[in-house]
Design a protein around this ligand. Structure first.
Ligand code: UDX
Ligand code: UDX
Length: 441
C-alpha cells in the first residue's frame, strides 16, 4: 500500500520503516531538512538498536523515501499517518499545534480518498477535531473529497520499538462509524502483523484514544504505587524487591512495571498522565488518582536526593559520580529523565558532579554543559575517580557486573547508592562498600 508518515521522531520513523519492511511504499515527511539529509546518509536522529539497518535496506530496495515536500507526500499516498510530537505545556496540557498544522496541510493538498491515521498520542476527542479542520480546508477551496480519520495509537517502548511494532500485544483502531472503507484498509494494513495471532481491536475513535492514555496511565500508576511503598520499606526495614516479587506472583497483578526506582521519565508517561488528568478536569470528571501518580513521581526523585543528603550530610563540595542519565536503558533519550532534576538538586546543594551514560551524554550535555562543577567521563570508571559516592540512576546492563575492586580503589569513600536496585546488597557490602538502594538496604 502507499503510505505517508508525517513526523520522523521515535514514533514516525519506527512506524514508517516497519511498514516499509512489510512491503509497503512509504514516504516519510518531516519539516526538519537537516534530519532528512542525515537519514538518507544513514545518520540516525535517535538511538534505536536495529533501526539503521532496517532503514538502509528499505531505502536500498526503494520502499522508503524521505521528503520535506508536503504536497507530494500527501497526494502520492492512500494512508497518511500523523506522527508529529504532542509535547506537554507548562500547565500539563498537551500542545496540539503540530497535529493541527498537519491536519490543515492535509485539507489543503488532499486530492483523492485517504485514510488519515492519528498515530501520535493525542487527547480524547482529537480525531473529531482533525476531521473538522480538514473539512474546513476543503470548504475553503471548494473541494469535495471523501476521507476518513481514524485513531491508531502507538504502544512502542523506546529501546524496543521495532519489536513492539512487529509483535504488538494488540492493534487498536478507532473509526467514526462501522464504516467499511477505512476498516477494510486498516485490516489490510495490519494483516501481516496480526497473522501471528495478535488481535486487532476495532472500536470508536474516543475509546481508541482513551485506551492509549489509560494504558500508559495504568503502567505509570503501578510505578508510583511501588515507589511510594519503597519509601515505607526504608522506614520499617522491609525489602521492596521482595514485596514486588510477592505481589507479582498473583497472576492478576504480575511482576512487570512494579520495580521501584528513581521515578518514571520519557516523552510519554509524564506527558500522558498529566494530559489525561487535564482532560478529565476539563470534562469535570474526578482525576485525583492521576494527579497523585504525578505527585508521587515528583516526590520519588526528591526522595533519592534526600536519602543521599541524609547519608553524606551536607553535599557542598562533595564529589558525586553518576552512572546513567537516560530515562531508561537502551536509549539516548533524556526527555523528562529523573536524572535531570536529581542532578539539578545536587548542583544546587553545591556538589561536584561526574557523569557517565553509554548513549545519552550528548543529549544530557544540552541541558547540563560541562562546567567547574560538571564533568563527563568517557568510561564509567573515569567518573568514580575521587568520588565520595557512586549513584546508579539508570539500569544499563553494562553497570551490572563492574570491577568493584577497581572502583573501590579509585573512590574517596566506597559508598554506592543504587537508585534502580540492580545489585545484591550483601555482595556489595562484601566488596567493602557501604550500600543503600531504594526500599532496601
Ligand atoms: C511524539 C510524542 O512524544 C509521542 O507521545 C507521540 O505519540 C508521537 O510524537 P516522538 O516520535 O518522540 O513522539 O516525536 P518527536 O521526537 O517530537 O518527533 C516529531 C517529529 O515530527 C520531528 O522530527 C519534527 O521535526 C516533526 N514535525 C513536527 C513535522 O515534521 N512537522 C510538524 O509540524 C511538527
Ligand atoms: C512507554 C510505554 O511502555 C509504551 O507502551 C508507550 O507506547 C510509550 O511509553 P517508554 O516511555 O519508552 O514506553 O518506556 P518504558 O519502558 O515504559 O519506561 C517508562 C519509564 O518507567 C522509564 O523511566 C522507566 O525507568 C520507568 N520504569 C519502568 C520504572 O521506574 N519501573 C518499572 O518497573 C518500569
Amino acid at each position: 500500500m502507499k503510505i505517508t508518515i508525517v513526523g520522523t521522531g521515535y514514533v514516525g520513523l519506527v512506524t514508517g520503516t516497519c511498514l516499509a519492511d512489510m512491503g509497503n511504499d512509504v514516504i516519510c515527511l518531516d519539516k526538519d531538512k537537516e534530519k532528512l539529509k542525515n537519514l538518507e546518509k544513514g545518520i540516525m536522529p535517535i538511538y534505536e538498536r536495529g533501526l539503521r539497518d532496517l532503514i538502509e535496506r528499505n531505502i536500498r530496495e526503494k520502499r522508503l523515501i524521505f521528503t520535506a515536500d508536503t504536497k507530494k507526500a500527501i497526494q502520492n499516498s492512500d494512508i497518511i499517518f500523523i506522527c508529529v510530537g504532542t509535547p506537554p505545556q507548562k500547565d500539563g496540557s498537551v500542545n496540539m499545534e503540530y497535529i493541527y498544522s498537519v491536519a490543515k496541510s492535509i485539507g489543503k493538498y488532499i486530492n483523492s480518498y485517504k485514510v488519515i491515521v492519528d498515530k501520535s498520542t493525542v487527547p480524547v476527542g482529537t480525531a473529531e477535531k482533525v476531521e473538522k479542520i480538514i473539512k474546513e480546508e476543503l470548504k475553503k477551496s471548494n473541494k469535495k473529497i471523501d476521507f476518513d480519520v481514524v485513531s491508531n495509537p502507538e504502544f512502542l517502548r523506546e529501546g524496543a520499538a521495532i519489536k513492539d511494532f512487529q509483535n504488538p500485544d494488540r492493534v487498536v483502531v478507532g473509526t467514526k462509524t462501522k464504516d467499511e472503507k477505512s476498516i477494510k484498509i486498516m485490516e489490510r494494513l495490519y494483516r501481516s502483523t496480526v497473522r501471528v495471532g495478535r488481535p486487532i481491536i476495532f472500536t470508536d475513535r474516543k475509546s481508541a484514544e482513551l485506551i492509549k492514555y489509560a494504558s500508559n496511565a495504568m503502567l505509570a500508576t503501578r510505578i508510583s504505587f511501588i515507589n511510594q511503598l519503597s519509601q515505607f520499606c526504608d522506614k520499617i526495614g522491609a525489602n521492596i524487591k521482595e514485596v514486588s516479587k510477592g505481589m507479582g506472583l498473583d497472576s492478576r497483578i504480575g511482576t512487570r512495571f512494579l520495580q521501584a526506582g528513581s521515578g518514571f521519565g520519557g516523552s510519554c508517561f509524564p506527558k500522558d498522565v498529566s494530559g489525561l488528568a487535564m482532560t478529565l478536569k476539563e470534562n469535570n470528571s474526578p482525576n485525583y488518582i492521576f494527579e497523585s501518580v504525578i505527585k508521587a513521581n515528583e516526590e520519588q526523585k526528591k526522595y533519592v536526593v534526600k536519602r543521599i543528603e541524609e547519608w553524606l550530610g551536607n553535599l557542598k563540595g562533595k564529589t558525586i559520580a553518576v552512572w546513567g542519565l537516560s530515562f531508561k536503558p537502551r536509549t539516548d533519550d533524556v526527555r523528562e529523565s529523573p536524572s535531570l532534576s536529581i542532578v539539578n538538586e545536587f548542583l544546587k546543594k553545591g556538589a561536584k558532579l561526574k557523569l557517565f551514560d553509554p548513549e545519552a551524554k550528548e543529549n544530557f550535555k544540552k541541558e547540563f554543559p560541562p562546567s567547574d562543577n560538571i564533568s563527563y567521563g568517557e568510561t564509567s570508571y573515569d567518573v568514580v575517580e575521587n568520588a565520595d559516592i557512586l549513584v546508579i540512576l539508570t539500569e544499563w546492563d553494562e553497570f551490572r557486573e563492574p570491577d568493584f575492586k577497581k572502583i573501590k580503589k579509585k573512590m574517596n569513600k566506597a559508598r554506592l547508592f543504587d537508585a534502580r536496585n540492580i545489585y545484591n546488597p550483601e555482595e556489595i557490602k562484601e566488596e567493602g562498600f557501604e550500600y543503600n538502594g531504594v526500599g532496601r538496604r
